[in-house]
Design a protein around this ligand. Structure first.
Ligand SMILES: Cc1ncc(COP(=O)(O)O)c(C=O)c1O
Length: 371
């Protein structure tokens, strides 16, 4: 039977000699290749400082620790996101405040975030979910009235653009993921980028167990608690090679996403993801919304029987048992609704038009049987 997975990571041929070169050098951990990868991601985003980390979850945690979050500091986050977003806030010692998301973008509701801001707000953590960039202009304008930092969780959105600005360029700190579900993948990996040398220097010290070299020596001195947030040369070599082709891979995804939108238009029971004017949505996930009467779990199982892998999208945090006592900034209606109705379809570089037509044919058939 035909098998269509949700994702097949794109690994270009140049990765193999680049990784071999690092293996031959014997310098496997964080080093010069990591520095080169950081420089190249910064140039791509258009920002000064970048630090590669073991994954995006740790990059987010490190970013908030670098902001020196205190016990009563509130961090506003969207209720519909990966648990990594809220875990980072709690691990860094802050108080998360959950706000609702927007039905069109699945990203943080800017009006809900605005209403939740108080004198306790230390940061807003917008999430540019599924490759859809957040409206960063509006968030920056909110900062003019209140003093908070913007720490963008762009785990899914390297290469996404808002009004021509790449995700990561305008926020105070932004974190990306290089997990295999992401468009650029190094197996596991993440990176924080910032325009602030001060934040970068604090994060750099924390990355090295809290220490820095005594000038003119090879000896570290330790100033604060830190950890191991390093990213190895060997994975950086993969990242450099993938970055060189990233824009081509994104353009191809956008073309395939448009194909899905075309094939699914006027299909009863399913709504395709929306593109907002002046933005570049990279479709890291092609996340649709099913109508309320469709049993999504049954649909996922039926598609599996047809050889097609699909998935639920992201999570509504406020209904997870572990987060039930977390502060809410207003009602969380859209978040629950999206969590219950989202369906991610397969989308990957080597997927053919024929594969997409097969997915759509089966999807239409299964939806019809469930309405
Ligand atoms: C919005 C969001 N933030 C953070 C993460 C965590 O990324 P990582 O797996 O690199 O830690 C993910 C993972 O999918 C995510 O979707």
């Amino acid at each position: 039977m035909r098998k269509i997975p949700l994702i097949k990571p794109f690994v270009n041929n140049s990765v193999f000699p680049a990784v071999k070169k690092v293996l031959d050098s014997g310098m496997l951990t964080d080093g010069l290749v990591t520095r080169e990868f950081e420089r190249k991601v910064c140039d791509y985003v258009g920002i000064q400082y970048g630090m590669a980390n073991p994954n995006c979850a740790l990059a987010l945690e490190l970013s908030l620790k670098a902001l020196k979050i205190k016990k009563d500091d509130e961090i506003i986050i969207p209720d519909y996101t990966h648990p990594a977003t809220i875990n980072a806030v709690i691990s860094a010692g802050g108080k998360p405040v959950l706000v609702d998301v927007d039905m069109d973008t699945y990203n943080i509701s800017l009006s809900a975030a605005d209403e939740a801001v108080s004198e306790k707000t230390k940061a807003i953590m917008p999430v540019s979910l599924f490759g859809q960039p957040v409206n960063i202009e509006k968030l920056i304008s909110m900062k003019k009235e209140h003093d908070f930092s913007i720490v963008e969780d762009a785990a899914c959105s390297l290469g996404a653009e808002y009004k021509g600005f790449r995700a990561g360029k305008l926020s105070d700190i932004t974190c990306f993921s290089f997990h295999p579900r992401k468009i650029l993948s190094t197996g596991e990996g993440g990176m924080l980028v910032t325009k602030s040398k001060e934040i970068f220097d604090i994060a750099k010290q924390m990355k090295m167990f809290g220490g820095r070299l005594i000038p003119g020596t090879k000896i570290f001195e330790y100033y604060e608690l830190g950890g191991n947030y390093k990213f190895p040369n060997i994975l950086a070599a993969m990242g450099i090679e993938q970055l060189a082709l990233l824009d081509n891979v994104i353009d191809d995804r956008i073309k395939k996403a448009h194909k899905y939108i075309d094939l699914l238009k006027e299909t009863e029971g399913i709504e395709c993801p929306k593109e907002i004017p002046d933005t570049k949505h990279t479709f890291q996930s092609f996340c649709c919304l099913l109508s309320k009467d469709i049993d999504r779990n049954k649909l996922i199982l039926n598609l599996k029987r047809d050889g097609i892998e699909s998935q639920i999208g992201s999570y509504c945090l406020s209904i997870q048992p572990v987060f039930k006592n977390i502060k809410r900034g207003g009602e969380l209606i859209n978040s629950k609704d999206i969590f219950n109705r989202a369906l991610v379809l397969p989308l990957y570089h080597s997927m053919t038009e024929n594969d997409q037509m097969y997915v759509v044919e089966k999807l239409k058939k299964e939806i019809k049987s469930l309405i």
